[in-house]
Design a protein around this ligand. Structure first.
Ligand SMILES: CC(C)(COP(=O)(O)OP(=O)(O)OC[C@H]1O[C@@H](n2cnc3c(N)ncnc32)[C@H](O)[C@@H]1OP(=O)(O)O)[C@@H](O)C(=O)NCCC(=O)NCCS
Length: 208
């Protein structure tokens, strides 16, 4: 049956180009490398990341997780970046769901415990979203977080994602169903970011 609304973005929009590195206000988003395995294992060993991302990760699973991102880029079903500074990996951010025909994506992020409280997630989210609109051409980027996770709500607001509502009982976690807040930005929305806190320590050397 013919579609009456043409796809927003043609197949191949992502696959025909390499996954970019993205500047993020003193941080850098770069494609995962095999040598990042220990940081991924450490991430999924953290109780808060386990709680909100509902998974654990062995060393072998981390290797497979990292190896899977290029394939997801080629298939245009997702894209993942390590968030780094000069000290190494601070966290992850990804387009965990992606629909190029509709121009939609859903974001996921976590930050390693030692790197929290420095605006890493809001800066990474704002930068990824800027690229998703202007570099890739998406129409809408959204994220959901449990209503029991106020830190993630702050990240969304700081990155200019207003709250759109509450999805009742949408998130299945280890302790049962959670209501989820939905936040989103549309391409063309006015910049509604609230200022991120200043990063201490002066300018960073080139990220690794
Ligand atoms: C949520 C998370 C990504 C935030 O990353 P971060 O880089 O530390 O973000 P920030 O330093 O900018 O802090 C985020 C905001 O949350 C606030 N915050 C932190 N803990 C909080 C809490 N328990 N309750 C309310 N607000 C909290 C901070 O004060 C900050 O708000 P502010 O900038 O208005 O002061 C990080 O804590 C994390 O990885 N948590 C575990 C995994 C997770 O929750 N992932 C998201 C799933 S949807």
């Amino acid at each position: 049956m013919p579609l009456l609304v043409p796809p927003l973005m043609a197949p191949g929009t992502m696959a025909r180009r390499p996954q970019p590195e993205i500047d993020a206000d003193g941080l850098r988003l770069r494609p995962w490398r095999p040598s990042d395995r220990a940081a991924v294992v450490a991430g999924y060993a953290d109780p808060a990341i386990r709680r909100w991302h509902c998974r654990s990760m062995t060393d072998d699973e981390a290797r497979a997780w990292i190896a899977g991102w290029p394939e997801r880029w080629r298939r245009e079903t997702g894209a993942g970046w390590a968030v780094v500074d000069h000290t190494g990996v601070l966290g992850q951010i990804s387009l965990r769901r992606l629909d190029l025909a509709e121009g939609l994506a859903e974001v996921s992020y976590w930050v390693l415990p030692a790197a929290r409280g420095r605006g890493v997630a809001p800066r990474a989210l704002a930068a990824l979203t800027g690229w998703a609109f202007t570099g890739l051409g998406l129409h809408r980027v959204e994220l959901s977080h449990s209503t029991a996770n106020p830190a993630s709500c702050r990240v969304a607001l700081r990155a200019g994602f207003p709250a759109e509502g509450t999805k009742r009982g949408e998130g299945r976690h280890a302790d049962g169903w959670h209501d989820m807040h939905l936040h989103a930005r549309l391409r063309g929305d006015p910049d509604q970011r609230t200022a991120t806190r200043p990063v201490t320590g002066g300018p960073a050397p080139a990220p690794r």
